[in-house]
Design a protein around this ligand. Sequence first.
Ligand code: 13P
Length: 341
Amino acid sequence: MVVIEEAPKVVKENIFSLEQEVERLYSKLGKLGWSKSACESIAPFTLKINTIKKEKGIKIFAHSYQTADIVFGIADIVGDSLALAKKATTVKEDTILFCGVDFMAESVKILSPEKTVIVPERGRDCTLADSIIADDVRKLKIENPGVPVICYVNTNADVKAESDICCTSANAKRIIEKVNTDTVIFIPDENMGKNLAKITGKTIITWPGYCRTHDAVTLKRLNALLKDKDVKTFAHLECKPEIIENVDYYGGTSDMHKYAEEGANGEKVLYVTEQGFIDRMKVEYPNVEFVDSKMFCVSMKRNDLISTLNALENPTEDNIIELEEDIRKRAYRAVNNMLKY
Ligand code: 13P
């Protein structure tokens, strides 16, 4: 059965606000090719979400991979996973609605247990987070005594609880370089572990996990995206080593953002990463010509305006992040250590 969600009714007194909302949305989304009527169709939803979040004193956080209607329509804070985790520790609001994937919302809960953390949809199928469980980490530690465990943010809380320090694409290199051993265990992204071994010169014990969105890029696909010769290429560290070896730059999401902000004026740039981030860059840096990657993270794309509105109005048990206190406390050490880098 197909269920059609009706747009929220806008009362007469709010018609003016609705027109303003359409203009506000169009000023951003128009840069991505959205028509005025497409903005008209979502404006009742964004208006209602923005009204309710203010009434209830809720801040909406969105990862840059979210769709543009979320990023530009309803989010208060947009960023990569490290920036969002850091920001969550400083906002005064007691409730955060997190448009991203579960493990990112869990990081907020690990750091700020007193806050209520709501997710519109559960992203239960991240290939990285699903690739490893706490028992696997315990075995790795027994096999490699004394070797520090660095876990990527794309892991569940019980895996973080077994790790020494957590990292994101923004600080993984810095953390591996700072750790005072020549060998580290890096879980669970094998591509990133191999790439960072080459970059840092350290011995990295990896785990066979991968991000299906970034791992799917092959050299053939990269070349197909590069129609123009004068395009600068910049790949996320979750891509295969053969991709990292064949691009102009590599790094995390925050490095890509910095490049758009500081170095790319007037250039054509292909970011080999999720399309949501590229859409965000297109709106924020119109002086750069961004090539579409057409890479989509289905786990991130589960959230939409309707599920966000429902979770905001009537959050169910499924929408609220809860963690066992023992796991949360043990994971706190690794996640809190991450914030120092
Ligand atoms: P960032 O840490 O770069 O925000 O990315 C998380 C992620 O899921 C990358 O695929």
